[in-house]
Design a protein around this ligand. Sequence first.
Ligand code: ADP
Ligand code: MG
Length: 684
Amino acid sequence: QAKASYPNHQANGNVPQNSFRDESLERRRMIAQQRKSLPIASVERRITEEVRKNDILIIVGETGSGKTTQLPQFLFNGGFSRDGRVIGITQPRRVAAVTVAKRVAEECEVELGQKVGYSIRFEDVTSSSTRIKYMTDGLLLREALLDPLLSKYSIIIVDEAHERTVHTDVLLGLLKNVQKARSQSMEQNNVGKMNGINDKVFDKTTSAWGFSHLKACRAKIPSLKLIIMSASLDARGFSEYFGGARAVHIQGRQYPVDILYTCQPQSDFLDAALITIFQIHLEEGPGDILVFLTGQEEIESVERLVQERVLQLPEASQNIFTVSIYSSLPSEQQMKVFMPAPSGFRKVVLSTNIAETSVTIPGIKYVIDPGLVKARAYNPLTGMESLIVIKTSKAQALQRSGRAGREGPGKCFRLYPESEFNGLDDSTVPEIKRCNLSNVVLQLKALGIDDIIGFDFMEKPSRMSIVKSLEQLFVLGALTDDYKLSEPVGRQMAQLPLDPIYSKALILASEFNCLEEMLITVAMLSVQSIFYILREKLEESRAAMRSFSSPVGDHNTLVNVYRASVEYLEKTRMAKSKKTTEKHLKKWCRENFINYRSLKHACDIHSQLRGHVQQMGLRVSSCGDDMLQFHRCLAASFFLNAVLKQHDGSYRAMANNQTVQIHPASVLFQTKPDVLFLHTLTGG
Ligand code: ADP
Ligand code: MG
């Protein structure tokens, strides 16, 4: 894929290479210096004391003040993991968990995965010596299934709580219970009473909880400290939710930021962003640019356009290059955004809203904000979820512009007129109000929390969406007639780290004798853009895609790609060491216009899922050429996403009668079958 890969940037081959050779001593000195100058550094003692005194603490501080990277280190130094327990920090985004863990490991001068590690779905970089563990909020929820009291943690920090992702919201409710249970367990233990523990906290729970609780009680689990961190200055909501918990504010340092608006609304925000990038580059002083875009595709196209236009500039002005950051970018590449630009060069960071508050990239002086964000949207009437591009809230616009003023005065270019800003919502609607809750409800049920409507949510999702998700789980067979978790199907579904529909597909596939095929399908559906189209080699790339495509559907196409790659490796029989396998797979991908990283990621997911299902005792076998079996299995599990062809040739989703169109990249766009199952629904 013709991507700007920095430092070997293609458009500017003249980026000086040797400036990256970091003298480790020099770098260590620089990092120590940077850490000392963070706003949080001067309040280390005070904050550590606050944590000692309060079991729940809310910490509010401007983005970039050092909360995420520094606080866990303060607590470690303060002895909070002396008994071998872990300081856990949850992040809503995988990218933040990974990049921050890497940074903190470097700051602590330890190897990643030792004292400092991270754990995200399908990737665990921790060990028994890990004491500071960054992870996604979803992952911690999953850990609670195996260890309901989260007994290995001494402190849990819920970071980026202002983002209010659905996992954060559920986690807050759960942690409240866990904390109560652990302090009760201590009390009970102290008076030596082992009975009567199943009161109050466990009223709503089943014996699964009561049982592990009792065991925990014998094992003397010390109480749990909770810290809620947020970049939003309003801590009231969190404080009230936690019974008037203490909130501390960390004073940030913010330089003035000039806000500029366009005179007219912009119809093409990518083009507007591109023009603004070059306007800044040619007319403004030094400083890096941060551009907020909606997703990987938009980022890749701006990246390409910048590279093209750079070449049209006079040579003296070609000192500009792009780096990007988004969730599906492989983690080695994510770290590149943090490298400073070589002197004399201007770095343009193309980011999704990851850079809004989750990660702070040094050196930014200019922000370009089209005012848009990709978000989950949900129709509780039908239970259908889709990804749509919406306007940011005022709070998000302010966070974004704030990124320009961290190290000195900056400028923010909002690509919309000022009147539009006044019309934005004040803050973003919490995700729990706009997403499909099936996954969350299934997990709560598996934790023994049966009364979902009565669960202590910070903000209650609508009754309708809870009922809808119960209904979905019921038809998938995860719940019994009285809406309890079914055994074994429901419990097995909760154990798999997948959307309930995919979990069901895997479980069913073992009965349909096609688990081999379904494992491949689910792994391939879990990654983005397997194919890529090169504009310079349009015909060739399309032909490559056609060579894999199966007329019966994209699921088969994905299986074909996966199988072809495995066969190739087996045929060449050169897969002696890991390195040569990699080399051959890369070559094969290049020749077939397959995205190597996506395929590699799918392979990793495949082997993880395979491990999961084998552990669960499912039989892994293949249906061979009997694709009918595989299709029956798809129908039996994906029926909630069925789409039917109408008399006039249009397509409607069965769940809600909504008109949908087949994506031109799908083989079904040509074959137009009567029934199909959709994977993702996108739209504006
Ligand atoms: P907060 O959580 O308060 O928003 P962080 O702890 O994330 O702040 O960031 C503190 C500082 O660490 C910022 O100045 C940021 O630029 C720097 N930083 C974080 N990660 C990296 C990294 N991977 N490389 C270089 N600097 C980093
Ligand atoms: Mg942070």
